[in-house]
Design a protein around this ligand. Structure first.
Ligand SMILES: NC(=O)c1ccc[n+]([C@@H]2O[C@H](COP(=O)([O-])OP(=O)(O)OC[C@H]3O[C@@H](n4cnc5c(N)ncnc54)[C@H](OP(=O)(O)O)[C@@H]3O)[C@@H](O)[C@H]2O)c1
Length: 293
């Protein structure tokens, strides 16, 4: 079974396979949702400058780590549920937005992001979209390599890059991207891209791992949920883990946040993994990378 809780990236950094996604989480709700997810055991959070909620995410994280610091030095803080957490226990991803591509603009955007998050460093910094028409992703990546060398980010990578974008980037890059975060779920399995990632040593991270909720109603997934006595979301997330994907489901209620985390104590058999492979429809719930500039 290929699904340990952590993945070692190509630079040795360890990353929890399951994280919490924060796209479309309103800024005012982000700190509470992060705190809820921390309470359920999530240690990895995926945000982006474009999501507009970095401040709230940072507050949620800072609350947990701050409480720990306060509890540990005896100056107060609840310190009850998460008092053993330190910054090093958490993994925060954010992304440079399309309008900030380019060397200098990316460095400035990064400063804004860490200031919003209230952090000294981020664990993973991604180029949100290649925006090939702008012709700036290689320069953007150079800025990320600078941040990486300066120790301000523990790993760098890309998002929504297709094989051609990766080939072009690799001709100029000095650091192999650690991660490519792409839309991936049973209706869009990205088989060719995943093989390419494996050849290059790039980890595959699945965004919209539940197909924005649409794939939950697929009759084959519903049948598997009944067979394993799990929910459709748990079946899909378990499939991701067994494929070797990093995965970042988003959910808005404590019940779903908890449900999506409970995927480490069962296993889909090989026949059922093959059955899900057969659900491919090349169906996107989000934009095609060629259409984003
Ligand atoms: N790099 C990129 O370009 C990019 C693009 C899109 C997303 N992302 C990242 O990927 C993350 C996840 O993607 P996503 O938010 O688009 O979609 P998703 O995680 O595939 O699906 C989220 C939807 O599924 C519902 N849901 C979650 N758990 C459920 C459960 N157990 N039972 C029933 N419904 C459930 C949620 O409802 P409720 O919210 O109502 O609970 C929400 O409507 C994002 O938050 C973001 O961090 C990255």
């Amino acid at each position: 079974m290929r699904s340990p809780a952590r993945l070692t990236l190509n630079n040795g950094v360890q990353m929890e396979r399951l994280g919490f996604g924060l796209y479309k989480v309103p800024p005012k709700d982000a700190d509470n949702l992060v705190a809820t997810a921390l309470g359920e055991g999530y240690r990895r959070f995926d945000t982006a400058a474009m999501y507009g909620n970095e401040v709230g995410v940072g507050r949620g994280i800072g609350g947990a780590v701050g409480d720990a610091a306060a509890a540990n030095n005896g100056t107060g803080g609840s310190g009850e549920s998460v008092h053993t957490l330190s910054r090093e226990d958490l993994f925060v991803t954010t992304k440079v937005w399309n309008d900030d591509q380019g060397y200098d603009a990316t460095l400035r955007a990064f400063d804004t992001s860490i200031s919003n998050l209230g952090l000294d460093y981020v664990d993973l910094y991604l180029i949100h979209w290649p925006c090939a028409g702008r012709g700036l992703f290689a320069e953007t990546y150079k800025a990320m390599e600078t941040l990486y060398r300066e120790g301000k980010v523990r790993a760098i990578g890309v998002s929504n890059f297709q094989p051609g974008h990766l080939e072009e980037l690799m001709q100029k890059a000095e650091v192999v991207p650690a991660v490519n975060q792409v839309e991936l779920h049973p209706w869009l399995q990205q088989t060719r891209l995943r093989t390419f990632h494996d050849q290059l040593g790039i980890a595959t991270e699945a965004w919209s791992p539940l197909g924005r909720g649409q794939v939950l109603a697929d009759p084959a997934i519903v049948a598997l949920a009944e067979k394993y006595n799990r929910t459709p979301a748990q079946v899909i997330l378990r499939w991701h883990l067994q494929l070797g994907n990093l995965v970042i489901p988003k959910a808005s209620s404590a019940g779903r946040i908890k449900e999506n985390f409970a995927i480490f104590d069962f296993e889909l058999d090989a026949t059922d993994m093959d059955g899900i492979a057969g659900l491919e429809r090349h169906h996107r719930t989000g934009s095609h990378p060629d259409n984003v500039n």
